[in-house]
Design a protein around this ligand. Sequence first.
Ligand code: SDX
Length: 435
Amino acid sequence: MSATANGSLTITLDGSNKSSKLPLIQGTLGPAVADIRKIYNDLGIFTFDPGYGATASCESKITYIDGDEGVLLYRGYPIEQLAEKSTFLEVAYLLLNGELPTTAESKDFEDGVLRHTMLHEQLRTFYNGFRRDAHPMAVMCGVVGALSAFYHDSLDITNPEHRRISAFRLIAKVPTIAAWAHKYNIGQPFMYPQNNLGYAENFLYMFNAVPAEPYHVNPILARAMDLIMILHADHEQNASTSTVRLAGSTGANPFACIAAGIASLWGPSHGGANEAVLHMLGEIGHVKNIPTFLEQVKDKNSKVKLMGFGHRVYKNYDPRAKIMQATCHQVLRELGIKDDPLLDLAIELEKIALNDRYFVDRKLYPNVDFYSGIILKAMGFPLSMFTALFAVARTVGWISQWQEMIEDPEQRIGRPRQIYTGAAKRDYVPLAQRG
Ligand code: SDX
């Protein structure tokens, strides 16, 4: 379905006889949008929306979020149902193609992904350029970007076959790249992907196995990893997806665009929040310190944020956080961790914050990052790997959004304007006259 006309919005410039009649457009779900493309020609003015809080940058059919109701749909399917009944690769097919796959389509897609899990041997030596303590996200940015140098045969973004093969290569290789970043950090040999394993299972194998002995992935942990990847796969026009779209709008190749998305995701306000939540819980240290910490958060001058809380769109509980909390208990039980002080602290922190006017009035609820770090830590991942795991899962969302943009007949290079408040035009002053 495409957007449909839904009346118009007329804007009149006070003190002039100028007005602009802007079409209102309605999507399948969500608020109507005013198409402001002709406002500059009609009224000679721009619109101003720092952070794009009220601006639709594109038309998309991939993901829908109702922030007030805490709803998240991938191609119309509720995240709760996909988390319970689907798998990451099936969700990847859905995001890329718009429909759930048939049995034959599913097998073809999984075979396609599994055929591309290995990296070019030259990329192994690429890792040696990093310090051993390089942050995995620095490695992900570098190695994913470097993939552009290995596939000169398929960088024509106007060629659907090149776009398809690039999508398979990126989805298939990011788990290998991330697992190898960890192995490089700890000085262990890289483990090659085993294509008889599932997607999440293969990642856990490459992350944990060593050549010296066989390694069997715990199926409960593999399922938990697969679920965590489903929850992180896509999320509408978030900062990193918008980065990928903006880079892609220039015609840059998909490997460079995904590397740009990884860089954007790294920030602590975005995908870096899962790592920041664990640092925050470590600093709080004990339940008795929560009130003092929250007073610090409420003091704007402290610049301290309650990490894992708040969201630009969700003004209700992030549905992914609810599923993540339930998975937390399941994973800890499976690992025989009776009580995890970090989880106990997080649950108490959430309970206190959700009863505190400051957070309630600002509609600040736990987001996807609040519990994910606790699960990942319990599964043995170092904090520095948390955002890299987010990037592995989000790659299919970025690729789906990039593909949709490239195939959009109305897409053009992204080029925002500005409100200029710098110096008016002035003449150069020679040094001798400047004192
Ligand atoms: C992700 O966009 C996406 O979809 C992202 C994501 C995805 O899947 O791609 O969902 C993943 O990035 C989740 C968010 C992870 N980040 C964090 O957990 C970091 C902590 N959260 C904040 O930095 C913040 O909430 C943001 C960045 C997430 C949202 O920033 P906004 O939109 O600028 O926040 P807001 O407008 O809702 O803030 C309203 C008020 C402000 O105070 P006032 O000026 O009204 O007094 O709430 C305050 C903010 O200062 N506030 C917080 C807060 N978040 C907002 N105060 C304390 N702690 C916080 N976490």
